[in-house]
Design a binder for this molecule. Structure first.
Ligand SMILES: Nc1ncnc2c1ncn2[C@@H]1O[C@H](COP(=O)(O)OP(=O)(O)OP(=O)(O)O)[C@@H](O)[C@H]1O
Ligand SMILES: [Mg+2]
Length: 233
């Protein structure tokens, strides 16, 4: 579904990605693991169109999408939930959900909003609450639900469990698994490596801008060197 080939990306003079090659198969959950500053978010920015790569190619469903803007990519079916959730804090839960569908012209938006609120009942209960006053876990749920309203084929999640209590983290991972089972392909960046590998099919390890390891998620979970570096021993 997605293919990233030979991608280099820079912030000014600083090279953040060095020859990234990765693939995401349709229907799967793929995770990218790596330490702080490794380039995980930069990879997501390149795929979602927030940062143009200096070199290399990004292909989605057989078409070259390199350098397209985020609004063009969302129409093609790629939605990003950025690191830190990026809520529209001064807008209500319902308004945030409506924003997720802003580019859609079909007549099923209201139906999809109703469906998302059935699925995540807290969003229905709190539909008129300002998003910025929700708890961290509720905001993450809203951020993911908002992205789903774009009806993405590929959902990019950048550290969805960051800063959340363990019990909420478990809910978020369960939610990701369910989203995948209902047909959305997922690319997941996580520091919570163990939990990410448990729900993923395939994983990549990123170290200072380069992919150093890739394997089936199950094999990465059992790899002792990965365990020592990323899974807390
Ligand atoms: N806007 C920016 N301007 C300059 N350098 C940046 C910018 N954003 C990121 N970088 C640098 O690019 C490198 C990769 O950053 P990136 O945010 O992709 O890492 P990350 O793997 O997502 O880290 P984290 O786990 O902390 O989120 C880092 O060295 C970082 O300092
Ligand atoms: Mg990051």
């Amino acid at each position: 579904m997605l293919k990233v080939a030979g991608v280099d990306a820079f912030y000014g003079q600083i090279q953040a990605l060095k020859g990234i090659d990765l693939e995401v198969e349709e229907g799967s959950i793929v995770t990218i693991l790596g330490a702080n500053g490794a380039g995980k978010s930069t990879t997501m920015k390149v795929i979602s169109g927030l940062l143009k790569p200096k070199k290399g190619k990004v292909t989605f469903l057989g078409k070259d999408i390199t350098g397209l803007r985020p609004d063009q990519l969302i129409r093609k079916g790629i939605a990003l939930v950025p690191e830190g959730r990026a809520m529209l804090a001064e807008m209500t839960v319902l308004e945030n959900l409506e924003m997720g569908a802003y580019h859609r012209k079909d007549s099923e938006v209201d139906k999809d909003i109703a469906q998302v609120m059935e699925r995540f009942s807290i969003l229905k209960e709190r539909k008129d609450q300002l998003a910025g006053t929700m708890s961290g876990g509720q905001q993450q749920m809203l951020a993911i639900a908002r992205a789903l309203l774009a009806r993405p084929k590929l959902l990019l999640l950048d550290e969805p469990s960051m800063g959340l209590a363990p019990i909420i983290v478990a809910d978020i991972f369960k939610m990701i698994k369910e989203i995948n089972q209902s047909g959305t392909t997922v690319l997941l960046v996580e520091q919570n490596a163990k939990q990410a590998l448990k729900i993923a099919d395939y994983g990549y390890v990123l170290e200072t801008g380069k992919l150093t390891t890739e394997a089936n998620a199950k094999d990465l979970l059992e790899d002792t060197s990965i365990a020592e570096a990323y899974l807390g021993g």
